[in-house]
Design a protein around this ligand. Structure first.
Ligand SMILES: Nc1ncnc2c1ncn2[C@@H]1O[C@H](COP(=O)(O)OP(=O)(O)OP(=O)(O)O)[C@@H](O)[C@H]1O
Length: 121
């Protein structure tokens, strides 16, 4: 149990590091807060909540892994190198893929609801 708590502490330190150093992480967290607030206002169904939580977790996990890749690359290759570039660009691409998927899910979940509110005005 003590070991679990210690490891959870390391994980929290990793999250704090990413939030402090990655401007994209701050953006993802704000976007997630807006999505959750809008979801509560729209009274999403159980399945819709599951989808929303999964895409939010996906984006944040991808950004955390991207932060880890950046740190390892900077440590291993402070000088410019094609492989360092490939590693960083590929990790950034993983974040982009999850962010686009999250945007599409957000559009499918909230688009029709927001559209019907606009039409009623
Ligand atoms: N050591 C390197 N060798 C070759 N290219 C690099 C190297 N470091 C960074 N790059 C290139 O610069 C881009 C930006 O890298 P950087 O480490 O500044 O990340 P970033 O996207 O600005 O991250 P953040 O702003 O979140 O800290 C990389 O995607 C890569 O194309």
């Amino acid at each position: 149990m003590q070991r679990f708590i210690r490891n959870a502490g390391y994980a929290v330190a990793g999250i704090v590091h990413a939030v402090k150093t990655q401007r994209h992480m701050k953006f993802h967290l704000v976007a997630a807060a807006v999505a959750v607030t809008t979801g509560a206002a729209c009274q999403l169904s159980r399945v819709e909540w599951i989808m929303l939580i999964l895409v939010i977790a996906m984006v944040i996990a991808a950004e955390l892994l991207n932060t880890a890749v950046e740190a390892v690359v900077d440590l291993a290759s402070p000088e410019r190198h094609p492989l360092a570039k490939a590693a960083k660009d590929t990790a950034a691409a993983a974040v982009l893929v999850t962010a686009v998927a999250a945007a599409v899910v957000g559009l499918l979940l909230f688009g029709p609801r927001i559209w019907s509110v606009i039409q009623r005005w």
